[in-house]
Write a protein that binds this ligand. Structure first.
Ligand code: GLU
Length: 488
């Protein structure tokens, strides 16, 4: 199937947009089809500089690169494919052509109504509790007057003539059979007075010429679908299939809004979520796999996804679930990859981390403890900077490490560790030696391990004492123990 994602470049990529793109991508890949990217910039006033680059880089980050259409090539926005251009503002003559055809065939008509008249009309309808829609004032104008006004170049729009007695039905891939009464469908503006088409005309022309098989888009377009189906019919084309995906909701079931949480995909990238996490999370927003499985890679989603299992009801954007998935995905990353991604980040703060041959061992110690990669550099800081320790940190009431006992404990540790040869410097040997000594000196394991760990890391919580000592090596371990003895 040929599917497409068709964002308007009005700013950042909304998480809802990213989910729509994901669904369209999954269906294209699942059916060995193509995933297109088209830019819908007919509302020139709303276009934002840099938005296209931004959206493309977010899609790339998520792993959803298009097969055709608008894409990044060597850092610049390019277009690839035989059905272009794929940017609507470069296709104006096509829309003009089909608009003229609709006009000629009597399926569209010019409307000269001023914005003031339309506002007045709408206010009147609302006061009468009627749904606001165009009252067809301009369909009543004498033919001659229409011709004269057009000839004079009077500003006007082009509207679609919707047959009021028509009943529109179609089968939505998510919502099933949908029916709309023609008299409830507004005579949609197709061409604006500035010569630009509206979304309604432009995307119908494009979806036809780009041979799109399935349109996946937000629920907000559901009520416009009859107009689109009518356009296909009037132009003599077969419409694609439609799937309207459910709204994203805040926890209180109101429509997902900036006021309650971030809606820009980019903000989730900045917060440090992995692409795997966000993709997994978005897939589950509205889709359920019909099994207990919750963790899905993009590859697995291609296999498992189906529109039949997408719900109609709004999907709650549950941040707790997002964080849970993030923890799962961080731990699922193979150690080598986790270490690689973390190494770059850590080297930004501690340049020596970039060339640390033991970085992977250090990363291994925190793999189970981080939820976000960006927590890593802090947790690893003690490897690169000597920690500040004092007696308050070294003592610990729960472990029965009193300040009075500290000098003795540290001495025992020092003696044991000094005696352990560099070649035996492993978790097993250190453990064995220290525990043997603990017994002899009538100290508990906790009494030795808490001060050792605290002396080496300067932290109340960190990976275990033996692991840290091994990652630091014998020299640094002894230096830090000495420093701890000085403050005790
Ligand atoms: N440009 C439209 C939007 O951003 C696209 C809707 C569609 O996919 O047809 O909402």
């Amino acid at each position: 199937m040929r599917t497409r994602f068709a964002p308007s470049p009005t700013g950042f990529l909304h998480v809802g947009g990213l989910r729509t793109a994901l669904f369209a991508y999954l269906i294209a890949k699942q059916t060995k089809g193509r995933f297109l990217l088209r830019i819908e910039d007919t509302d020139q006033g709303r276009s934002v500089e840099g938005a296209v680059e931004n959206m493309l880089s977010t899609l790339h980050w998520a792993g959803l690169d298009p097969d055709e259409g608008v894409m990044m090539r060597k850092g610049i926005v390019a277009q690839e494919g035989t059905k272009g251009p794929y940017i609507q503002s470069e296709r104006l003559s096509l829309y003009q052509k089909y608009a003229q055809q609709l006009l000629k065939d009597g399926h569209a008509y010019p409307c000269f109504c001023t914005p003031e008249r339309l506002t007045q009309m709408r206010e009147g309808q609302m006061a009468r509790k009627q749904a606001p829609m165009y009252d067809r004032h301009c369909t009543q104008l004498p033919k001659k007057e229409i011709e004269d006004r057009l000839a004079r170049g009077e500003p006007h729009v082009l509207r679609l003539l919707v047959p009021h007695d028509h009943i529109f039905t179609y089968a939505d891939e998510i919502r099933g059979e949908m029916t709309f009464q023609g008299h409830t469908v507004d005579d949609q503006v197709l061409m604006k007075s500035d010569g630009f088409p509206t979304y309604h005309l432009a995307h119908v022309v494009d979806d036809h010429l780009m041979e799109i098989d399935l349109v996946i888009r937000g629920e907000e377009w559901l009520s416009s679908t009859p107009k689109h189906l009518l356009l296909f019919e009037r132009l003599g084309w077969t419409p694609p299939k439609y799937a309207h995906v459910p709204l994203l909701l805040n926890a209180d079931r109101t429509k997902l809004s900036k006021r309650q949480q971030s809606v820009a995909a980019e903000e989730y990238i900045q917060k440090g979520y992995l692409p795997e996490t966000l993709i997994n999370f978005l897939a589950l927003l509205g889709w359920n796999p019909g099994s207990e499985q919750e963790i899905f890679s993009l590859e697995e989603l291609i296999g498992a996804f189906s529109l039949e299992r997408v719900q109609k009801a709004g999907a709650i954007f549950d941040l707790a679930k997002l964080d849970w998935l993030q923890g799962q995905w961080i731990r699922k990353l193979p150690l080598a990859e986790f270490a690689d991604r973390l190494q770059m980040l850590t080297a930004e703060r501690f340049p020596e981390a970039a060339h640390d041959p033991h970085f992977k061992d250090k990363a291994a110690l925190i793999h189970e403890r981080v939820t976000f990669l960006k927590e890593g550099p802090d947790m690893l800081a003690f490897f690169y900077v000597d920690p500040k320790v004092d007696a308050d940190l070294l003592a610990n009431a729960k472990q029965k490490v009193t300040k009075e006992l500290l000098p003795k404990i540290l001495k025992v540790l020092m003696q044991t560790l000094e005696k352990t040869a560099e070649k035996d410097w492993s978790v097993e040997t250190l453990k064995e030696n220290i525990l043997a000594h603990a017994k002899k000196e009538e100290l508990t394991q906790g009494q030795l391990l808490w001060p050792l760990r605290a002396a080496l890391t300067g932290l109340p919580y960190s990976p275990g004492a033996f692991e840290v000592a091994v990652a630091l090596g014998k020299d640094v371990t002894l230096t830090r123990l000495k420093a701890a003895m000085k403050v005790s």
